[in-house]
Each structure stands twice: as structure tokens, then as C-alpha cells.
Design a protein around this ligand. Sequence first.
Ligand SMILES: Cc1cc2nc3c(=O)[nH]c(=O)nc-3n(C[C@H](O)[C@H](O)[C@H](O)COP(=O)(O)O)c2cc1C
Length: 181
Amino acid sequence: MKDFSELISVRRSHRKFTEEAVSEDDLRLIVRAGLIAPSSKGLHACEFVVVRDGKTIGQLSRCKAQGADFVVGAPVVIAVVGLPEVSDAWIEDGSVAATMMLLQAEDLGLGACWVQIRDRKDAEGGNAEDNVRRILGLSERLRVLSIIAVGHKGMERKPFNEDRLLWDKVHVYSPLIPLDL
Ligand SMILES: Cc1cc2nc3c(=O)[nH]c(=O)nc-3n(C[C@H](O)[C@H](O)[C@H](O)COP(=O)(O)O)c2cc1C
């Protein structure tokens, strides 16, 4: 098993998948990771919709103008939807949960990729969130943060290049030296 520091560097976004199905056990572990995720006030203001129907996945791949088309090749898509009435931190809750699911997928040797839906448009200028709500039959009360494509990796990707780490984004505060931010 990889240790955590290795896991986070080998996790890359995967957009090509084989036709092999994702097992029930693996899928359960992935959504479990989302449910375990920390959340503001412990309110867990997000829900997950697991989609395995190929036709529906095809429709989801066309829900926005760019960056979702590859989803058509994924055996599983998990929509991360937020509940603003439960917490104003639904975006953060959903984002942490999505990240945990991406890492759990990698730990299982699966590939995954986050596809942004919130505040995105389709090819005709329509709202991508409305499209996902319509495709999945979700209530207007729900916000759609992202859809996560999951599957067996169709290609290998190199780990994150440590030489490209942006260490200049890290600032060490001192009361004597003002930060240039
Ligand atoms: C908030 C967010 C939105 C993203 N939206 C998309 C998307 O719509 N389509 C896509 O193919 N990848 C999307 N990604 C994946 C990024 O493109 C990817 O994480 C980034 O290029 C770094 O590559 P890596 O994940 O392989 O390290 C998104 C990632 C994040 C965190």
C-alpha cells in the first residue's frame, strides 16, 4: 500500500477508462470516503448521486460546453450535490468530500476526474447545473457542484512533478516583516 505522501503525488486526473466495471465494493469505499469527509459544523451539506446507466452518463457528458465530453467513457459518475439550506458551507463540504473520493479511487488503483458543474454553461449558453438537475431528476433546492468520473485507468499518468511545486505560494508570517501579498 502506498503511504499518503506517495498517494497524493501519484493521483492524477484520469479521463480515459477501460470498459471494466467498477466493483460494488470499490464504489462503496469511494462514497464512504465522501461520507467520512470533514464538513462545516459536521452538517455534511452534500449528497452523492451514483450513476452507472450508460445512456445517462452520455447525457451528463454533454451537460456543459467544455471539459465533460470524456465522461461518456466512464463506467461510473458520481454527482456531488450541495444543500444550501443545510449549510452555507455546502461548496466547501462538497469539495472536501470530492477530494476524499478522488484519493480513495487512486488508493484502489482506479482513475477519476473532477468535472466542474457549478457556474458552468453548456454550448448554447444554458446553465450546466440545470442540465444535470434535469438529467438526474433533481430538485431545484439542490446545487450541483461537480460530477466525478470513475473507472479503471485507460492509460498511466506520471506522478506530479515535484520540480513544479509552487513553493513561492507559501509565506511564512513574521510580525517584523510585512507580507508582500
Ligand atoms: C475545481 C476543479 C474543477 C475541475 N474541472 C474539470 C473539468 O471540468 N474537466 C476536466 O477534465 N477536469 C477538471 N478538473 C481537473 C483538473 O483539470 C486537474 O486537476 C488539473 O489539471 C491538475 O491535473 P491533475 O489532477 O492530473 O494533477 C477540475 C479540477 C478541480 C479541482
